[in-house]
Write a protein that binds this ligand. Structure first.
Ligand code: ZN
Length: 392
């Protein structure tokens, strides 16, 4: 290794030498990121960011899990979601399995009369809730109420609204590190990011990261075509002396990072698009104009609410996940069924052929009529009880 090849760790500024190298993932490996480099951090400094990276990974664990993104270890958390037309809160468990999160109770009292609406996942839960309510409303006839209850199927369609809580300071710092990683990786210099190190280490507060949710696609977006990307952008605007980055996870969750507002380097853009489904880098020709500095500062100052476009992305992402999950479940069920049906025939010549035939019988129509079939599968069974009961 010659002197010119030696690189310094951007945190401690010591040369990274053999035995001190660390393979840093620019986008977290836990989120399926594949871009990595040994020229960013030394082995001593890298663990300084384990805690913030863990937060970022934790937030996106459910999505990485649902998409079957390859990850290290760690439990996936259920996703909290809201059914738009009913306002009902549900959980999506790993594998996309929905479950009602808790019973909903709506009590209206008027001149001593009470009317109660209740939604529960089954009779048992409804009974428990009613028992609780009886303490407040002694006239409540539990058995009568349960008889009046209506069972209805719960359909999880596109109208599910969900939000990830992305307000945590540690999560923002890890997002900032992603941007810093990408800048140092693509520009091979770190003088412009030195002032961010205390922030990344948690020694200093800084407002340099914000959710960026404009009403258009900053990055190429193929969610509707069934593709999910992690996207990175870093740009230096020499005229306005601003260095900034946009980081987008899962083609949906986007952040703007102000790296420096005293940028004195060259004008440049760098992109990285990673297709999580194909597990490959995508290299389109991209034309871009810089975000104006005043807009960048405005975004950072105001906590702009998420645009409708963000909701569209979330919905498209979840539709995609639902399709993927159902499809895979059907296939694995078909395989299981076929093997079970031919149990005991394992040593016969026909065994393999009949198993494959059976699987193909399920598989081919699925491929041919994918969307049609998948829409049917989106109907999920969950029983509800609804009733009103007056407290006379
Ligand atoms: Zn170091």
């Amino acid at each position: 290794m010659t002197g010119e090849d030696l690189v310094k760790c951007y945190v401690c500024e010591l040369y990274i030498v053999d035995g001190n190298t660390y393979d840093e993932h620019i986008v977290l490996n836990a989120m399926g990121g594949r871009l990595h480099s040994k020229n960013l951090l030394c082995r001593q400094c890298a663990p300084l960011f384990d805690k913030i990276d863990a937060q970022l990974a934790k937030h996106f664990n459910p999505i990485a899990n649902l998409l079957n993104v390859r990850r290290h270890r760690g439990e996936a958390q259920p996703i909290r979601a809201e059914v738009v037309n009913t306002g009902e809160e549900i959980f999506l468990d790993p594998g996309g399995k929905p479950r009602i999160s808790k019973p909903t109770i709506d009590i209206k009292e008027d001149n001593g009369e009470a009317s109660i609406s209740l939604t529960a996942k089954n009779e048992k839960q409804a009974r428990e809730v009613l028992k609780g309510l009886k303490r407040k409303f002694p006239n409540l006839d539990i058995e009568k109420a349960l008889k009046q209850a209506v069972k209805s199927k719960f359909q999880l369609d596109s109208e599910v609204h969900f939000s990830l809580e992305v307000t945590d300071d540690e999560l923002y710092r890890s997002v900032c590190k992603t941007a810093v990683n990408f800048y140092v990786y693509s520009r091979r210099e770190y003088t412009c990011i030195k002032h961010l190190i205390p922030y990344l280490k948690g020694e200093q507060k800084l407002s340099c990261v914000q959710i960026y949710s404009p009403d258009y696609d900053f990055f190429p977006n193929f969610l509707e075509k069934g593709k999910v990307f992690h996207n990175l952008f870093v740009g230096g605007n020499s005229e306005e002396r601003v260095l900034y980055a946009v980081v987008q996870f899962f083609s949906t969750f986007q952040f703007l990072i102000l790296i420096s507002d005293e940028y004195d380097g060259q004008d440049f853009f760098d992109f990285y698009f990673f297709d999580l489904i194909e597990v490959s880098e995508y290299r389109p020709d991209v034309e871009i104009t810089h975000l104006p500095k005043n807009l960048i500062l405005e975004i950072l100052e105001e906590k702009l609410s998420a645009s409708n476009h963000f909701q569209t992305c979330v919905e498209n992402l979840f539709k995609l996940i639902a399709r993927k999950q159902h499809f895979e479940r059907l296939i694995s069920q078909a395989i299981k069924n076929a093997f079970e049906r031919h149990l005991g025939e394992e040593d016969s010549q026909e065994f393999i052929q009949s198993v494959i035939n059976e699987i193909m019988e399920v598989f081919l129509p699925l491929i041919a009529k994918q969307s049609e079939i998948l829409n049917q599968q989106e109907l999920l069974e969950m029983n509800h009880l609804r009733f009103d009961n007056s407290n006379e």
